[in-house]
Design a binder for this molecule. Structure first.
Ligand code: NAG
Length: 217
């Protein structure tokens, strides 16, 4: 019986470990870059929970923090500097992508568990890696999908997969260090829609975020 209990416990531990959610894979996010050989030279901090940049979780975000989320996915109530923001444990300004102004770039998001909804990417020409980027700065440049369909990349199914797609960098914006923000507005919670109906995808939804440092010449 003890043996069975122990093996059930280890099975549960494995399930919990693989039951992740999502991360900014390319350009590699601040919490994820340690997973790639080319960034080992920076001796990066290891964020083993890089798939859980979910603002502290639904309860923390909506019941404790008034719906607010850290710019890079940390809990809004975390002490400054939040770990994934400039100057924080993972926010060291390690550049994981070099691009040109106006370029169409390929991005990859690793969804280890889909929660429906959509992705959006924003850019802030911060040029100061140790100071947190503000949401106001990021909101200046919401990146357009390269196929011209707008700014929201939809996640229509529950498949866990690596999503590869292209966005256009703004014309005329260059930076030694820009912050690229991945924002995942999920859609798998039920809530009230504007017409009063109670449906999947309406009302408050879990949010995931991650940031990468990139350079644009
Ligand atoms: C980006 O360019 C800088 C400066 O040339 C270089 O040090 C860095 O390794 C490059 N990073 C990547 C990810 O290409």
């Amino acid at each position: 019986m003890l043996k069975l209990t122990i093996s059930l416990a280890s099975l549960l531990a494995i399930v919990v470990l693989v039951n992740g959610h999502g991360r900014l894979w390319s350009p590699a996010g601040r919490g994820t870059l340690w997973r790639f050989p080319q960034f080992q030279k920076y001796n990066p901090e290891r964020d083993y929970n890089d798939v859980e940049g979910f603002c502290g979780g639904f309860h923390v975000q909506y019941n404790e923090n008034g719906g607010n989320c850290g710019v890079c996915g940390d809990s809004y109530s975390d002490p400054a500097p939040r770990r994934h923001e400039g100057g924080g444990l993972f926010g060291r300004g390690i550049i994981t992508g070099n691009y040109s102004a106006g370029q169409i770039i390929e991005v990859q998001i690793d969804l280890t568990a889909s929660h429906l909804g959509y992705f959006e990417l924003r850019l802030c020409p911060q040029n100061n890696p140790l100071v947190p980027a503000t949401q106001e700065c990021l909101d200046q440049y919401v990146l357009e999908l390269a196929d011209g369909s707008g700014t929201r990349y939809p996640i229509p199914t529950f498949d866990a997969q690596l999503h590869t797609y292209s966005v256009k960098l703004p014309e005329g914006v260059t930076c030694r260090q820009c912050v690229l923000q991945w924002h995942y507005n999920t859609g798998n919670s039920h809530g009230y829609c504007s017409d009063g109906a109670y449906k999947l995808g309406c009302g408050s939804q879990e949010v995931f975020r991650a940031c990468a440092d990139i350079a644009i010449n």
